[in-house]
Write a protein that binds this ligand. Sequence first.
Ligand SMILES: Cc1cc2nc3c(=O)[nH]c(=O)nc-3n(C[C@H](O)[C@H](O)[C@H](O)COP(=O)(O)OP(=O)(O)OC[C@H]3O[C@@H](n4cnc5c(N)ncnc54)[C@H](O)[C@@H]3O)c2cc1C
Length: 394
Amino acid sequence: MQVGYSPEDEDFRSEMRAWFEEHYPRFRQDWPYPFDLNDLRLRRAWEDHVSRSGWAGLDWPVPYGGKDWPITRLAIFHEEQARIGAPLGVNIIGHGILAPTLIHFASEQQKRRYLPGILSNREIWCQGYSEPSAGSDLASLTTRADNTGDHYLLNGRKIWTSFAHIADYCFVLARTDPAAARHRGISFLLVDMKSSGVRVEPIRQITGEADFNELVFENVRVPLDARLGEENGGWRLAMSAANFERGTYFIPRQVRFARELDSLRELAAGISDKGHPALANPHLRRSLARLSVDSHLLKLKSWRALTQALRGGPPGPEGAATKLQWSESHQRLLNTAIDVLGERALPGSREGVGPDASPWVRDYLWSRAETILAGTSEVQRNIIAEQVLGMPKN
Ligand SMILES: Cc1cc2nc3c(=O)[nH]c(=O)nc-3n(C[C@H](O)[C@H](O)[C@H](O)COP(=O)(O)OP(=O)(O)OC[C@H]3O[C@@H](n4cnc5c(N)ncnc54)[C@H](O)[C@@H]3O)c2cc1C
C-alpha cells in the first residue's frame, strides 16, 4: 500500500491550498444570501466556480477535457477543498459516479455527448436505481423500458432520487427483458429529465430539507443511442458504477471527518457539565479517543483505495469497507456531539446561550441516512464477506 504522497504530489497540494485560500474566502464574502453550507444554490455556485476555474476532470483523459493526472491529485484536490470547509457540490453523482462509468464503458459518441456537460457543470445528473420495492435487492426492479425499434418507452417509479428536482439528466436502470433472469434483463439508460412524461415529487427529510425525490416515468421516450453498453447488459455497469461510488468517492470524507473531530473537541472544551468542563468527563474522553482511532483508520482506508486506483482499472469491492467505516464512524461522531450538547440540542432550548447547536443537530439528523445511502451497512458487510473475504453466501 502507498502510504502518504510523493514530494511532487505535496507540491501540488501547496498550489491547491493557495488557490483555495485565495478563492474560497472571496466566494464566501460575495455570497448574497445567508451562508448555509447545505443550501443547494450555494453548493451549485461553488461547484460552478471550481469548474470554470479549470479544476474539474483532473483524472479524465485529455481528449475529453481532462488533465489525465494521477488519481492522487484528485484526492489532494478534494482533501484541500474539505480542509478549507467548502461545500460538497450538487453534481457529485455526475462527477463521482457517472463520469468514470462513461469513461470506462461509453461509446466514443456518448463520451463526446455527455462528458462536456459534466466537466462544465452545465448538466447536473441524478441516479435512478432504487424503487419502492427494490432497494438493497436492486435486481428486483420493475421499471420497464420497451424497445419499440425506434426508441425505448420507459414506465415506472423510482424513489429516493437525490437531486432529481434540479437534475438535467438521470441514469436509470430499467428492465428491457422481463423474461430473462433478474440480473440479465436490465439496461442502463441516460434519460433527459425534460422529456415528456417525467414527473418529480420531492420527499421532505427529517432535517426539513427536500433534496431527494420520487421520480415517475409515464411513457417517456428514450432514444436507443441513450443506452449505455449492451441492451440487457446494464447490471454489470451498475455494479461498476457502485464500485466507483464506494471506491474513491469517499476518500475526501476522511479529511472532513478529521475537521469535524477537531470542531467536536473545541465544542467539548467550551462547554461545562454540572460545573465541570465537559472534556474532563472520562466517558467523553473515551469516545473522543475512539473517534481519533476511527479518523486514523479512515485515512488508512483512503490510502488503500488510492493505491488500488493507482494500479489502474475500475475499483473493486474493497470500497465497501471505506463506506461502512465512514458512515458508522460519522454517526458515532455526531451522536457524541449531541451527548456533549445535552439539552442545548433540543429545539428552542436555552436559545442564545452557549454554542450554536443547530449545525450539529442538522448533521446528526442527516447522518441517519448515511448508513442507508449507497447501500446499507448490512449490504456493505455482505459485500465484504462474500466478495472480499470469499465467504459463502449463507
Ligand atoms: C439520503 C439518501 C439518498 C439516496 N439517494 C439515492 C439516489 O440518488 N438514487 C437511488 O437510486 N437511491 C438512492 N437512495 C436509496 C438507497 O440506495 C436505498 O435506500 C438503499 O439501497 C436501501 O434500500 P431500501 O431503502 O429499499 O431498504 P431495504 O432494501 O428494504 O432494506 C431494509 C432493511 O433490510 C436490510 N437488508 C436488506 N437486504 C439485506 C440482506 N441481504 N442482508 C441483510 N440485511 C438486509 C437493510 O440493511 C435495511 O436495514 C438514497 C437513500 C438515502 C437515505
